[in-house]
Ligand binder design. Structure first.
Ligand SMILES: *[C@@H]1O[C@H](CO)[C@@H](O)[C@H](O)[C@H]1NC(C)=O
Ligand SMILES: *[C@@H]1O[C@H](CO)[C@@H](O)[C@H](O)[C@H]1NC(C)=O
Ligand SMILES: *[C@@H]1O[C@H](CO)[C@@H](O)[C@H](O)[C@H]1NC(C)=O
Ligand SMILES: *[C@@H]1O[C@H](CO)[C@@H](O)[C@H](O)[C@H]1NC(C)=O
Ligand SMILES: *[C@@H]1O[C@H](CO)[C@@H](O)[C@H](O)[C@H]1NC(C)=O
Ligand SMILES: *[C@@H]1O[C@H](CO)[C@@H](O)[C@H](O)[C@H]1NC(C)=O
Length: 321
């Protein structure tokens, strides 16, 4: 009795030893580094993220502990660019402003716009700003936000007749929730974490399923993921026995095409023209698990297959013209 208990106990220990899990490398976070980088972490081990110089943690935890399940908790850390002090708005009376008055008096009827003030939390690209940073009526400037911030609003602004800019966009931190998988497919390198604007993930399908749509999905300005692809089902061939044409070759459904065909692929069935004693082929396509047999196709019974020629062995009707 005692030894049996010992045996059971030993078995339980062995079992639990085998079941001990490890965590994989924790997810990478844009603009962050991890204190301990390894390929495997023991349960209970902790990692700490640090935002790279110039970036600050905006929300989410910095420390994560490897769970007994062998997974990391959902990573919600984001590193955002440090907020730069907004430049002093260029008001009348500053040097630039005097400069612009000077210039505007030179080109008499010209309207000018002062450089726009920078939006909070971002940098604007003055791609089209002219030397001296003076813009005239109808001039256009373009804005950009420092990654990973998203530009919300109009990317361009025009200098209006009254000396103001048509619109100034905003640079905003946008995040998308951890992406979800797709039916009959999976996320590549799936990591459970929050994503920044414009980060993307890619998908693959299970074996014999065909990926349709964009392989990548991107975190959009709306905080949603862009359209994900779908995985299209293969088709079983709904006959027990037949010779068909597949990829230009005669194949036996019962042996060569047991697995069926994949979405988008075509097979041709042989149909008989009784009057002319010839056979012709009718192609059908696999559409997401659906394959419709041609109306003229007759599956042959056991006896008929013994005494009659298979349509695939008959003269092709096209040759009889
Ligand atoms: C024009 O604006 C840019 C961006 O703010 C600044 O770096 C540059 O020094 C300005 N140039 C002049 C001549 O004021
Ligand atoms: C953005 O502003 C430009 C002028 O700079 C204007 O022509 C365009 O229609 C605006 N676009 C939108 C989507 O409002
Ligand atoms: C300047 O003109 C635009 C467009 O005509 C107008 O929407 C805006 O209110 C004006 N701004 C000022 C300060 O007058
Ligand atoms: C988004 O990312 C792609 C690369 O994946 C890059 O080419 C593009 O410029 C980025 N767009 C913005 C608005 O940051
Ligand atoms: C995107 O997300 C917003 C809420 O954040 C939702 O109202 C909207 O319907 C979503 N758009 C799409 C295309 O899913
Ligand atoms: C197969 O076709 C039928 C009728 O056309 C349709 O209702 C069904 O959704 C299709 N199945 C698949 C998997 O596409």
């Amino acid at each position: 009795m005692y030894s049996l208990a010992l045996l059971l106990c030993a078995a339980a220990l062995t079992h639990s030893a085998l079941a001990v899990k490890v965590c994989p490398r924790p997810p990478e976070v844009l603009f962050a580094t991890i204190n301990v980088v390894k390929n495997e972490y023991n349960v209970g081990e902790e990692v700490e993220y640090t935002c790279r110089p110039g970036f600050v943690p905006n929300n989410g935890q910095r420390k994560y502990i490897c769970q007994p399940t062998g997974r990391w908790p959902l990573n919600t850390l984001l590193c955002l660019p440090k907020r730069c002090p907004a430049p002093a708005p260029l008001q009348h009376g500053t040097i630039d402003s005097r400069d612009f008055h000077y210039r505007s008096s030179l080109s008499f009827s010209s309207v000018t716009c002062a450089p726009p003030s920078l939006p909070e939390f971002g940098v604007l690209s003055y791609r089209f700003l002219k030397p001296g940073n003076i813009s005239y009526f109808m001039d256009t400037i373009a804005f950009e936000c420092v990654p990973p911030l998203a530009l919300i609003g109009n990317e361009t602004a025009t200098c209006q007749a009254n000396g103001t800019w048509s619109s100034i966009p905003e640079c905003r931190a946008v995040t998308c929730p951890a992406p979800t998988g797709i039916e009959n497919g999976f996320l590549n390198f799936a990591v459970r974490r929050t994503y920044h604007y414009n980060e993307s993930v890619s998908f693959s399908c299970q074996s014999r399923y065909v990926l349709e749509g964009p392989k990548h999905s991107r975190c959009e300005k709306t905080g949603n993921w862009s359209t994900k692809p779908s995985c299209k089902e293969p088709c079983k061939i709904p006959v027990k026995k037949a010779v068909v044409l597949y990829e230009g070759e005669k194949k036996r459904v019962q042996s060569d095409l047991k697995e069926g065909i994949m979405h988008g692929e075509t097979i041709s069935f042989y149909c008989k023209n009784k009057e002319k004693s010839c056979a012709y082929t009718v192609p059908v396509q696999c559409v997401n698990g659906n394959l419709t047999l041609p109306f003229c196709f007759k599956e042959r019974g056991f006896f008929s297959s013994l005494v009659k020629t298979d349509p695939s062995d008959m003269k092709p009707c096209e040759d009889l013209k």
